[in-house]
Write a protein that binds this ligand. Structure first.
Ligand SMILES: O=C([O-])CC(=O)C(=O)O
Length: 155
């Protein structure tokens, strides 16, 4: 269902502030949320995307840093191959031409050509907050051209 229709039905659903740009090959996507909190280190992003996605959406709180890219073409291909519905990054991505070729949702603040560290620092499946909303692991995310909506249950 379109996010606008969801909001007509459920006007109180949390809507993220429109600060994220669309980089993926699929503009509308949805799924249950997994989360990560990292800072300029994307080893955990790879570790999660290496697992079966089963239609989930990985939400990465990168602290809003635009100094390094947390996702690029290789990780986007991995996400697609492993069945993730999308990746939402509060931070930067790179290889943007390649990202647009994979039929998954990808949202991020901006592009940045510099790679991230690979140390594996960060937290997995903790509630993360950005764009004025809190993303809880296990809650559902619905995204399309109009916005990004959250729900504690599938709609
Ligand atoms: O490996 C990285 O740090 C990110 C990247 O460029 C890719 O996913 O291709």
């Amino acid at each position: 269902m379109r996010t606008a229709d969801l909001l007509d039905l459920y006007p109180d659903l949390p809507v993220a502030e429109p600060i994220l740009r669309d980089f993926g090959g699929k503009r509308a996507f949805f799924g249950p949320i997994r989360t990560l909190r990292v800072l300029e280190d994307n080893a955990l992003v790879r570790r999660l995307l290496e697992t079966e996605g089963r239609g989930q959406v990985l939400v990465v709180d990168g602290g809003g840093s635009l100094r390094t890219a947390l996702l690029g073409g290789n990780l986007a291909r991995l996400a697609h191959e492993n069945g993730w519905a999308g990746v939402v990054v509060y931070g930067a991505v790179r290889d943007t031409l390649e990202l647009a070729q994979y039929p998954i949702g990808i949202r991020a603040l901006a592009p940045c050509p510099r790679r991230s560290r690979k140390e594996g620092q960060g937290e997995v499946d903790v509630p993360v907050r950005f764009a004025g909303v809190t993303f809880h692991p296990g809650h559902w995310l619905y995204a399309d051209e109009d916005g990004l909506v959250l729900s504690p249950t599938p709609l």
